[in-house]
Design a binder for this molecule. Structure first.
Ligand code: ZN
Length: 298
């Protein structure tokens, strides 16, 4: 996934993933290679015609970078990266459901939560977390899976999937107004299975934690998921250059403890987190390692 190379100067570059991998070096983790996602797993979210239409672009990208949308590019390494990013999330669900361990973190790029079923968007090509969620529902016969998305941007693609799948809950905190422009509080899905907590630019720890404590966590508790997935983007950090929220590194550790507690209450601790955004390398590395350290501490 390091070989997926948007043009020089692009915010979503391989140094992000390298910074996360470096930060996790030395932590007590059982590291596993990310397999390719199967066609069957991808097709639960993305129609076959979308998956097939990417192939000529991947072929063209072998010789020159291809632009899929205003912000989304593919290079020679991108086909492998996108298949492994989605595959990591599927494999993490399988490992957690098999009881190998109760938690997993998918250190992946490109991110996925903006990818719509039929279009790449906002650095994302396959919606990694949505593919994992529908795999959990269908391949593991679950009835309730939740995705919590604390990336500073709204996970529009994941919400689109939840809006047609009542077994999936999607709950998001995000800055608004900000890209991609979706995620208003009155977007509530099917029978309230979508929970959006938009927050203004400048919102910091207290505001964000209040939104989590009053909107996201109670809804998650009421839904009683059998598995919790987390779109773990760290770009709400105050140092991030792509947004204007003001979270501290410690806020991500707090979120980890809150989510871990609900996972222990409802799903034997089953919690799969996947990397989404985070564009200040030091803040990304510090926040991701604080999040994982807090998950492991109990
Ligand atoms: Zn983001």
């Amino acid at each position: 996934m390091l070989t997926h190379q948007p043009p020089p100067g692009h915010a979503e570059h391989s140094g992000r993933l390298q910074a996360v991998l470096d930060a996790l070096d030395g932590m007590p983790l059982d590291r596993r290679e990310a397999p390719y996602a199967s066609r069957e797993a991808l097709e639960r979210v993305h129609p076959g015609r979308y998956i097939e239409a990417l192939e000529p672009a991947f072929a063209e990208a072998q010789s020159a970078r291809v632009r899929l949308d205003p912000d989304t590019f593919i290079s020679a390494g991108s086909r492998e990266a996108v298949y492994r990013a989605a595959g990591a999330c599927v494999a993490a669900v399988d490992a957690v459901m098999a009881g190998d361990d109760d938690m997993a973190f998918c250190a992946v790029r490109p991110p996925g939560h903006h990818a719509e079923p039929i279009s790449p968007m906002g650095f994302c090509i396959f919606n990694n977390v949505a593919v994992a969620a529908l795999h959990a529902l269908d391949a593991h016969n679950l009835e309730r899976v939740a995705v919590v998305d604390f990336d500073v941007h709204h996970g529009n693609g994941t919400q689109t999937v939840a809006e047609r799948e009542p077994r999936l809950m999607f709950a998001s905190t995000h800055q608004a107004p900000l890209y991609p422009g979706t995620g208003a509080a009155d977007e509530t899905g099917i029978g309230q299975n979508v929970v959006n907590a938009p927050l203004p630019a400048g919102a910091g720890s207290a505001t964000w934690r209040r939104a989590m404590e009053t909107r996201v966590l109670p809804a998650l508790d009421a839904f009683a998921p059998q598995l919790i997935l987390v779109s773990a983007g760290f770009d709400a950090h105050k140092a991030d250059p792509l947004a204007q929220m003001e979270l501290e590194t410690e806020d991500f550790a707090w979120a980890a403890r809150e989510l871990r507690a609900l996972a222990l209450k409802h799903c034997q601790g089953k919690l799969v987190s996947t990397l989404e955004g985070g564009y200040d390398l030091a803040a990304l590395a510090g926040s991701a390692s604080a999040y994982l350290a807090a998950l492991q501490r109990d």
